[in-house]
Design a protein. Structure first.
Length: 271
């Protein structure tokens, strides 16, 4: 059956490919027709940006109920990045990589993905997540798979997860699944409380330290003051901000971090 597509005008400061491939999500890839293809919830999406127009394989109602929030479509990033530009480094970052927005992903998928990301590179992270979904998720249209639920993975052993080749991370995935599905770590409470509560909750999980907790809070709960620090961001802080992030980022440090991270990792300025 032929899919229906809609066209949606993008807001200012919106670059689909940058958003989906800047290290905050691991299940999107471009197809031969130039569409970014991935799964949100239980649905496979094909999305392409041409200028200030998105072409998407869903209805307007579905876009509004699923993708509008996922893509952080309605936030005024133009004002945010204008404010960031009062800092010279951020001005360079948003100038070179304009259009990054923070995705609002499902918390469980985010937590599990960043557990997998520890001491790992992006191609390998994507491979492990793909095998996890193929082995334990549900198949949907076009050979895509849903992300397996915490309940499903809570019943698994390390041996059950051996085909995904996650190494030491498998025991952390299982511990996370059991604590989430059993209610020991409460996603609803994390969502409703301030960030300090979420930080305390998430580190109850084996293998979840500060970086994985901050990634989960930023990308899974939309807590924009979260500030994940990997090797690149630690380098940024040492080189550019030894006294801390500038005042212009207050409350949105996580968005500023994403621009700085992508800039420091990819810009010709640092090669």
């Amino acid at each position: 059956m032929k899919e229906n597509y809609i066209k949606i005008k993008t807001p200012d400061v919106f670059n689909l490919e940058l958003m989906l491939d800047c290290g905050q999500a691991f299940r999107w890839a471009k197809d031969s027709d130039g569409y970014m293809c991935g799964v949100v919830g239980d649905r496979a999406y094909r999305i392409k940006q041409e200028g200030n127009t998105l072409t998407v394989n869903c209805s307007e109602e579905e876009f509004d109920s699923v993708l509008r929030g996922y893509l952080d479509f309605d936030r005024d990033y133009a004002t945010l990045v204008k404010g960031f530009s009062s800092d010279a480094n951020l001005k360079a970052a948003v100038g070179e990589f304009n259009g990054i927005r923070i995705l609002r992903q499902q918390p469980w998928e985010t937590l599990c993905s960043f557990i997998i990301s520890q001491n790992n590179n992006i191609p390998r992270i994507k491979g492990i997540i793909q095998r996890l979904c193929e082995g334990f998720g549900k198949e949907i249209d076009g050979g895509f798979y849903t992300f397996p639920s915490a309940e499903k993975l809570s019943a698994c052993t390390v041996e059950d997860l051996s085909p995904i080749r996650a190494g030491f991370r498998s025991k952390y995935i299982i511990d996370a699944a059991r604590k989430i599905s059993g209610g020991e770590v409460d996603f609803k409470a994390i969502d409703e409380n301030d960030i300090s509560f979420g930080r305390e909750e998430l580190i109850k999980i084996k293998g979840v330290g500060k970086k994985v907790a901050e990634c989960t809070l930023l990308y899974g709960f939309g807590k924009f003051e979260a500030f994940p620090e990997d090797v690149w961001v630690k380098r940024i802080m040492a080189e550019m901000y030894p006294d801390g992030m500038p005042e212009c980022t207050r409350g949105f440090e996580g968005i500023a971090q994403q621009y700085l991270f992508h800039w420091r990792r990819n810009s010709e300025s640092f090669r």
